[in-house]
Write a protein that binds this ligand. Sequence first.
Ligand code: RBZ
Ligand code: NIO
Length: 372
Amino acid sequence: MSSLTKFHGLENLKNATGQELEIALQELMGGIKALDQEALAGMQSRVDAKIKPLGSLGVLEDIAQQLAGIFGTTHPKINKKAVLLMAGDHGVVVEGVSAAPQEITKQMFYSYLNGGAGINVLARNAGADVISTDIGIATPLDAPELMAYRVKNGTDNMAKGPAMTRQEAMLAILTGARIAANAIDSGVNLLATGEVGIGNTTPSAALISVFTGHSVEDVTGRGTGLKDDALINKQTVIKCAIEINQCNPDAPIDTLAKIGGLEIAALVGAILEASYQHVPIILDGIISSAAAITAAKLAPLSTSYMIASHSSEELGQHLALHQLGLKPRLDFHMRLGEGTGAALMFPMVEAALKIADEMATFEQAAVTTGDF
Ligand SMILES: Cc1cc2ncn([C@H]3O[C@H](COP(=O)(O)O)[C@@H](O)[C@H]3O)c2cc1C
Ligand SMILES: O=C(O)c1cccnc1
């Protein structure tokens, strides 16, 4: 679908009514299809013919198959790669849930634009673009055009009531979908999720607790580096937010609105749009995994389009990935976010396709075949 004119039936996202957003979201969620099993099996046959014992390239073989199933061809090609970095602030920071001050969200946003942040370095290393979007920073930016996609000036404090209205959450989801669609229209066919937002490990843990059923203690980590007392306070705040908002795991949009975040919602939309357009999307740490688990609640087939990357130091990420049926592939003890872990995975995904394209077969190399 070329999405430059109409977007899931919407003429103009920002002026859409609540009902129009509901319909557009239904169209997006309902349009996500299962992988092409024939292409997937065809890729396995290609890989099985290579000069190696069957299955000996492990996860690389799984990824090659998954990409064939996603692209619907036995010969998938990666053209362009990009990290979708969504930025948003969180009203809940007034409860002391982060070791870092809120203004860092905005300061880091400028760093992404200037190219000096961790994600810029690791994306450059992988030959990928970083597409940074202000979806909900709390304070004004220098240039109005930088705020073109902003839905709201940060969320409200979820410990006192809903973080967002349902309409704001839907607008943030569809805005994230729009940003993914724009990237895909420009030729990107391998995406990764990234974010910045001081305080955002708090809504992420809250969503993971509600959607997995794991206790708040099990899914809540230290984020930017909370000390013991502050970690206990963070857990109390999350429990309070879940209780006061009466979250229901079977009402994922409402749950996201009540205890989520604007950048998390935008990543939900990016994951859904990638899936809708048959584009693989690599997941980063706990915040991206909270978005992924929400996307899976909205459209279970979207999990087939996700590729896990690293294992975050935040335990909640492992539990979210487990529920999605995914395993972290890199164990680098990272806890930065921004998409840094996901960016490390780009070359692995490309390597999987190179195996299929460049390795010799038993026949080509005149290597003796056997029962191995
Ligand atoms: C300088 C700096 C750069 C960052 N880049 C990503 N994060 C990460 O830390 C934040 C989440 O942790 P918490 O929930 O504890 O606030 C998010 O902004 C996340 O992207 C950063 C944090 C800091 C301090
Ligand atoms: O898992 C992550 O991505 C993460 C962990 C801590 C802080 N920020 C991000």
